[in-house]
Design a binder for this molecule. Structure first.
Ligand code: ZN
Length: 188
């Protein structure tokens, strides 16, 4: 019996190349450029959960429209998800500008993303809601390629690109899910 994965179908631990177009309330807000599909390791939370589940089992060449409710995408909007930080306590190296994304450690030492919502005379208000929180998402996706992940990619849980060596050591990676961030400067 062969243990080789079936490379015709999207399944866990395979690297998937996918064209996508994302719309919210009828407006296209994001899409992959032609011939530059999104690449990710299926089953590792690289993409939002609702989408990952919906594409499981699709074959190369298959297209699909996937509707993902907010709760399975970036979560419901949390009206209490705001925190005011006195300016004096705000880190000096982060610009106090509305819209800037920062990462904050919570009481459990967990890293959380927040956006600067407001800057007043005395304080900076942080918004812990993702910009797409509370939004239902519609994806048009097409599976354009499926390949086996390398051992290292599986260890890290994300795709490594050919044009750079991953700088993550021993599986300790700077990126949480998503693609390897090591080569970001070379890629841009
Ligand atoms: Zn890596």
């Amino acid at each position: 019996m062969s243990t080789k994965p079936n490379l015709n179908k999207v399944e866990k631990d395979l690297v998937i190349s996918m064209d996508y177009e994302l719309s919210v309330e009828g407006d296209v807000i994001d899409y992959s450029e032609p011939n530059d599909p999104l690449e990710f390791v299926q089953g590792h939370g690289n993409i939002i959960q609702g989408l990952e589940e919906a594409i499981d089992g699709m074959a190369t060449g298959d297209s699909k429209e996937v509707f993902v409710k907010a709760i399975d995408a970036y979560g419901e909007y949390d009206a209490d998800g705001f925190v005011e930080v006195p300016k004096a306590e705000f880190p000096e190296d982060i610009p106090m500008e509305v819209g800037i994304e920062i990462s904050v450690n919570n009481d459990d030492g967990e890293e959380m993303a927040a956006f600067i919502e407001e800057v007043s005379l005395e304080a900076v208000t942080l918004n812990f809601n993702h910009p797409l929180a509370g939004k239902d998402l519609t994806f048009k996706v097409k599976i354009v390629g499926i390949r086996e992940a390398t051992v290292e990619e599986l260890e890290h849980g994300h795709v490594h690109f050919e044009d750079h060596d991953c700088c993550c050591e021993d599986g300790e990676c700077a990126s949480e899910g998503g693609e390897c961030t090591c080569g970001e400067n070379e890629k841009e």
